[in-house]
Write a protein that binds this ligand. Structure first.
Ligand SMILES: NC(=O)c1ccc[n+]([C@@H]2O[C@H](COP(=O)([O-])OP(=O)(O)OC[C@H]3O[C@@H](n4cnc5c(N)ncnc54)[C@H](O)[C@@H]3O)[C@@H](O)[C@H]2O)c1
Length: 453
């Protein structure tokens, strides 16, 4: 399978026709198809990339397991503040990997080429900068920043050190997003005027109530190291394991989820970011001591000539679902968990008719004149040109593609798809929502200079 290997369905195709070619390729379900399809090739010693994980929680472990499937990538170390995760890192990648609570021990190693940063948001900047200064390339999870001041520092560090910095919004490497970008650029939906996107959830896990292990204590958790620059408070296991619920470590639903939607919208449209933002919402249901809202609605003006409307609702009353819809003058492009749908609706080239309330003879007269003048046009507009649907093959992993893009850059020193500037523009836009929510006011941003106005 190559990058273009979509399963495209014309309006007339059946579901079986859609899935059949993909199933034929699904020799090993569960392993990303791209990983399977990669030609098996010997990896020269100097082509081998040794990586370490810093912040070995849920996402860091997932990223690293995915990274380890990229040919030539080897996991050699992991750092984390909870001993149970260090134990699990050895269970996953072998008893011989180095584990430590202090990530600087890993950065001191000459044989570590790159690191994956999977810490909470408030550590992204420091770990990434320390790693780049130590000569490592960095794959840093989204959102790139926790504070606005993080952005310029991370961009400068990447430029000064010449290190690769890829931000981990994996959807920008998703073949559906690449297809959507191509379709939009080719004019498939005419002139873009609006994007709506949402990410709704209803479950406790969806609302970040992650399990606190019974052995959580100051003995098993390095609380001071976890806190870092956050306000110094006594050990609190809930804050350690459910950090997204507090501003001191996370960035609310905007930093957690809006940032994915911004990354997708920016990637597909090529836009740099909004100039004005307004967000509202509230803590509606999950009143468990958290200090961030569980419902957030944001509206953004883009200088490219479209508006963006975002929603996260953690009390949505149904299944978790996520999606973006691009609306243009000649149709819509929608990306959801079931694929990409292009609905072409050609724009009428002639005026419409609203004549039903006139006397019959008058209706006949107007209709006859209309059909003479616009012989190609049906009075109720042109018929829809039909629906096209694109889906990913079974087992497809955009995280794999995103990490593969990172390791390609590590080897070739070519730019990554989501560098620090892209990452800052997406996270900077997302954090406008928190700023507007806190201030109860419209906030302004210069997306080119990447500065609050
Ligand atoms: N790309 C995605 O789809 C996606 C999905 C989930 C999470 N994420 C991002 O990944 C990051 C981690 O999220 P998570 O759900 O895995 O959180 P988590 O709590 O499961 O893991 C974070 C880990 O970082 C460790 N840590 C904290 N400070 C550290 C330090 N100074 N040094 C070393 N380790 C430290 C903690 O002990 C913890 O184990 C977040 O930034 C989140 O936004 C991205």
């Amino acid at each position: 399978m190559n990058r273009r290997s979509f399963l495209k369905v014309a309006g007339t195709a059946t579901a079986e026709a859609l899935l059949a070619p993909a199933l034929a390729n699904a020799a090993q379900p569960g392993i990303p198809l791209r990983a399977r399809s990669e030609p098996a090739r010997p990896v020269a010693a100097n082509d081998h990339i040794q990586i370490a994980l810093i912040g070995a929680g849920g996402q860091g472990q997932y990223d690293t397991q995915t990274a380890a499937q990229v040919p030539g990538v080897k996991v050699v170390a992991a750092a984390d503040c909870y001993d149970g995760r260090l134990t699990h890192a050895k269970e996953l990648w072998g008893a011989d990997i180095q584990t430590t609570r202090d990530y600087r021990e890993i950065l001191a190693r000459k044989d570590v080429d790159a690191v994956i940063v999977g810490t909470p948001d408030h550590w992204h900047k420091q770990v990434s900068i320390d790693a780049m200064r130590a000569g490592k390339d960095v794959y840093c999870e989204k959102p790139m920043i926790h504070l606005y001041s993080d952005g310029p520092e991370m961009i400068a560090a990447s430029r000064q050190t010449g290190r690769i910095l890829q931000i981990g919004s994996q959807r920008v490497s998703n073949i559906l997003y690449i297809k959507a970008k191509e379709l939009l650029a080719a004019g498939a939906i005419g002139q873009l005027n609006m994007i709506t996107a949402h990410w709704d959830r209803n479950s406790a896990i969806g609302a970040w109530d992650y399990t606190v292990p019974p052995d959580a204590s100051p003995a098993t958790c390095d609380w001071e190291r976890f806190l870092g620059t956050a306000p110094q408070i006594p050990f609190n296991a809930e804050q350690f394991f459910q950090w997204r619920k507090w501003k001191a470590y996370g960035s609310g639903v905007a930093g957690d989820l809006f940032v994915h939607l911004f990354s997708g919208a920016h990637f597909i449209t090529g836009a740099k970011g909004p100039t004005r933002a307004m967000a509202t919402g509230g803590l509606r249901f999950w009143k468990d001591g958290r200090n961030v809202p569980d419902v957030m609605l944001g509206l953004y003006d883009y200088p490219e000539g479209f508006n963006l409307a975002l929603r996260v609702n953690f009390v949505c009353g149904g299944e978790e679902n996520e999606g973006l819809t691009f609306t243009g003058s000649e149709g819509t492009l929608s990306i959801g968990w079931d694929g990409l749908t292009l609905n072409r609706v050609p724009r009428e080239k002639a005026p419409g008719l609203s004549i039903g309330s006139f006397a019959n003879a008058m209706q006949q007269e107007i209709l006859a004149a209309y059909q003479k003048k616009y012989p190609e046009q049906h009075p109720s507009g042109p018929p829809p040109a039909g629906v096209e649907k694109y889906v990913t093959p079974p087992g497809y992993s955009d995280s794999y593609d995103h990490l593969r893009n990172f390791f390609h850059a590590v080897r070739t020193r070519q730019p990554v798809v989501e560098d620090a500037v892209f990452g800052y523009r997406a996270a900077g836009a997302a954090l406008l929502s928190n700023l507007s929510y806190d201030r109860g006011a419209v906030v302004e941003w210069d997306p080119v200079a990447m500065k609050l106005v």
